[in-house]
Design a protein around this ligand. Structure first.
Ligand SMILES: Nc1ncnc2c1ncn2[C@@H]1O[C@H](COP(=O)(O)OP(=O)(O)OP(=O)(O)O)[C@@H](O)[C@H]1O
Ligand SMILES: [Mg+2]
Length: 255
């Protein structure tokens, strides 16, 4: 519990810092990119300077992407909650990530009477997208992702940090490379990444954002992993009484 509290405190102060820096940087980069584009337009086409200007603009665009990720991470936006059908949203988010991939299979196992959850659709969708992206990236040779959603009634002290009551439990399992034991307690830290940095991955912010979104929903996320044997992320989201979900789930395969 103390550890969790410390993590939340750490995250809050990082949010303030990151938000401020990202905001200023975004404005500065706007000026840098604008001027580089102007310079590119003014030089002779044959000039060797063009190549340097293009490289500088490309790097600045990457910096801008990163500041946007940071801003997103630091935004203290409280979730705008509405009662939503979790199965539809999870299928859609996973489908979005895997749309172009023919190496990854994604299967769903959803309890028919799954409780509804009060949540911020955008934010929870971002959570699923981030987790599926990580799963996909951990299976470079291809493999399967399985997503399970069940109702779970928790009693006191059953899951550290969660009040007793009704929850929807989402488990997302991949067959990827797994996470080294010494990395397990770092993966939710901002900027922790074992990936090569590129413009679209390796910032190490995705799971930090996921952690903060789930916290704001009064839920919990945990991870279990065996190096070489795949990874499972487990999420708990508080359920709304015993209302029924709108869409009953059945098993399905997504290409
Ligand atoms: N499903 C997974 N399998 C194996 N390792 C994982 C998995 N999910 C996360 N990790 C580990 O946790 C780290 C942090 O993940 P996170 O999504 O926060 O950052 P990232 O994927 O490295 O970069 P990005 O910010 O672009 O997502 C990863 O670099 C990886 O080492
Ligand atoms: Mg990631």
């Amino acid at each position: 519990m103390e550890n969790e509290l410390l993590k939340t405190k750490k995250q809050e102060s990082i949010n303030v810092l990151a938000g401020g820096i990202a905001h200023d940087f975004n404005n500065i980069l706007f000026a840098v990119i604008g001027n580089l584009s102007l310079a590119e337009r003014l030089i002779e086409e044959s000039s060797p300077i063009g190549e340097y200007l293009r490289a500088a603009r490309k790097a600045s665009l990457r910096a801008k992407e990163l500041t946007l990720k940071l801003l997103n991470f630091a935004s203290d936006a409280e979730p705008v909650k509405a009662t939503e059908s979790l199965p539809a949203l999870v299928r859609e988010a996973a489908g979005l990530v895997l749309a172009g991939s023919n190496k990854i299979q994604c299967s769903f196992e959803i309890s028919e009477d799954l409780w509804v959850v009060s949540m911020d659709k955008e934010q929870i969708s971002q959570v699923i997208v981030s987790l599926v992206q990580n799963a996909e990236q951990s299976m470079s040779a291809g493999g399967s992702i399985s997503i399970r959603m069940v109702n779970k009634e928790l009693v006191e002290d059953q899951v550290v940090g969660l009040y007793p009551g009704k929850y929807v439990k989402i488990s997302l399992t991949d067959e990827g490379q797994g996470i080294a034991v010494q990395h397990l307690d770092k993966i939710f830290d901002p900027y922790f990444s074992t990936k090569e940095r590129s413009s679209n991955k390796g910032a190490g912010l995705a799971l930090a954002i996921v952690h903060s979104i789930i916290n704001k929903h009064e839920g919990k996320i945990t991870v279990e992993s065996t190096p070489g044997g795949g990874t499972t992320f487990i999420l708990y989201l508080p359920a709304q009484s015993s209302d029924r979900a709108i869409m009953p789930g059945a098993s399905a395969i997504l290409a």
